[in-house]
Design a binder for this molecule. Structure first.
Ligand code: SAH
Ligand code: SF4
Ligand code: F3S
Length: 476
């Protein structure tokens, strides 16, 4: 054993803190010879979990001395945090890798790293090794916290580093994190998924469900509040099964009540609940809460009980409708949004009629409609009755049209009201406007002083533009 190995801590996060120090030394030497700072760029694909993971990755990169740049082309380190939920997510990554090859030719010292869900698939790793040899670093979803250690290996071994773990036993706490917004933050409450919906790759690439201990979550949120965060989004693939296997007996409703008590936090969101385990307790906690936002994303996937059974979703058209009705009755101002998949194996026009029926009856405030994508290794991929592209195209258009109609009607209903919004940023298209988010997740754009960013202010919803509002700031 060499001397260095002797002093490397074996426990986390001490081990990573050690490597952060080591990498920082190596990078400082490099900066000295280049006479400039080293820059990094992270491209994030996929869901809020990945967005949160990228904040952790950026936290580590900043801790070792990188400066974030918006210019991917000139960056010294480019990291792509990938998603593989649908095939088009994979294709986007391959496309970007082609572009990066050109950048690396111009800038041979550029380091290119890939991580995230797509990397958990062995066929992807094979393809990258064969066709994209310009990639220097590959890791998966279970070892994000080890970025400093992997970088240390990359910089000292001078050859590509690949480390994919097939599962994670523990949840590593206290890794540096760099938040995108100073005033709002995602908070992981659980990792992985045990639901195994028959179309979905997530349980295979994110592993088994693991809940964080409630005390760790509350401690993180208290710290966030102390540093100026006023809105938290509790993240998990199936948040209402939170708490299984925790040391103390706890469930999602209890967690929500505890988060509510944290001073400084004004808004609480969560993503994603599963319709199967949405308890009455959770509904009443939301109803009675001052802080939990009036928005529930409740993925439907299909309105046909026959398809839902094949999808392994554990609910029926009727039970979903009952749940939505119960939620709307108890929390009248709530927005319900959803995800819908069109083109699942064996789906017929009759099944789509059921989906349209649910859309009409629930009147979703918004819905993401996806074309079914066959994911190798999932049960649905080997089902008979894969449906034709022409059928999917036609049915997708019908679903999309109805969803757009209902969400417009829902949004219009708010015209003239004054509502609190959290001001998030300067409008992307018009720098004279600010963009704020209502409790129900709708956006409103209004002229005001950018000093209001990060504050909750009352805004009159003057004009509905379909999926968003133009508003007028009211005096506090
Ligand atoms: N855990 C959440 C979200 C998971 S992924 C849930 O249960 O809903 C986000 C969305 O992607 C899903 O809701 C689903 O609508 C969609 N999705 C997942 N796998 C898909 C596939 N193979 N093809 C098309 N859409 C898919
Ligand atoms: Fe995928 Fe279903 Fe788990 Fe959501 S609940 S991540 S759709 S397996
Ligand atoms: Fe994609 Fe992974 Fe999220 S597959 S949707 S980034 S959990």
């Amino acid at each position: 054993m060499n001397e260095e190995a002797n002093i490397v801590p074996v426990t986390e996060p001490e081990r990573q803190n050690h490597y952060i120090g080591e990498v920082a030394k190596l990078l400082r030497a490099r900066e000295k010879s280049l006479q400039r700072k080293l820059t990094c760029y992270i491209a994030t694909f996929g869901c809020q979990m990945n967005a949160r993971d990228s904040e952790k990755l950026l936290g580590i990169l900043k801790a070792v001395g990188y400066v974030e740049t918006e210019d991917e082309r000139s960056a010294d380190l480019v990291l792509m945090n990938t998603c593989t939920v649908r095939d088009n997510a994979d294709q986007r990554v391959y496309g970007r890798l082609g572009v990066l090859k050109g950048y690396k030719q111009e800038h041979p010292d550029m380091l290119i790293g890939l991580c995230g869900c797509m990397m958990q698939e062995p066929s992807v790793i094979e393809k990258i090794q064969k066709s994209y040899p310009h990639v220097d670093l590959i890791f998966g979803t279970h070892n994000i916290y080890k970025l400093a250690e992997l970088l240390y290996r990359l910089l000292t071994e001078q050859r590509p580093v690949i480390e994919i773990l097939d599962h994670a036993d523990t949840v590593v706490e206290d890794i540096p994190t760099e938040r995108k917004y100073p005033f709002k933050s995602g908070v992981n409450i659980m990792f992985g998924c045990d639901k195994f919906c028959s179309y979905c790759i997530v349980p295979y690439v994110r592993g088994r469900e693991r809940s964080r201990e409630m005390d760790d979550i509350l401690c993180e949120i208290r710290r966030l509040a102390d540093s100026g965060v006023i809105e938290v989004m509790l993240l998990g693939q199936n948040v209402n099964s939170y708490g299984k296997h925790c040391r103390k007996e706890v469930d999602f409703a209890t967690l929500l009540k505890e988060v509510e008590k944290i001073e400084g936090i004004s808004r609480i969101r969560f993503m994603t609940p599963h319709p199967q385990d949405f308890s009455d307790d959770v509904i009443s906690v939301i109803r009675d809460s001052e802080k939990i936002c009036r928005h529930i994303h409740l993925p439907l996937q299909s309105g046909s009980s026959r398809i839902l059974k094949l999808m392994n979703r554990h609910y029926t058209k009727e039970s979903y409708l009952q749940l939505a009705e119960k939620i709307r009755k108890q929390i009248p101002d709530v927005a319900i949004t959803t995800d819908i998949i069109v083109g699942f194996p064996t789906e017929t026009e009759e099944d789509i009629e059921d989906t349209l029926d649910v859309i009409r009856k629930v009147g979703f405030d918004n819905a993401f409609t996806f074309i079914y994508s066959k994911r190798t290794g999932t049960p649905a991929a080997s089902m008979d009755g894969q449906v034709s592209e022409a059928f999917i195209k036609e049915q997708f258009a019908r679903v999309l049209q109805l969803v757009q109609e209902t969400s417009k009607v829902r949004a219009q209903g708010l015209e003239g009201q004054v509502t609190d919004v959290l001001v998030e940023e300067i409008n992307e298209h018009d720098p004279n406007l600010l963009t704020g988010r209502m409790s129900n997740n709708l956006l409103v754009h209004f002229p005001a002083d950018p000093a209001l960013i990060g504050k909750i202010v009352p805004v009159r919803l003057a004009e509905c533009k379909g999926f968003y509002y133009l508003g007028v700031l009211q005096n506090n």
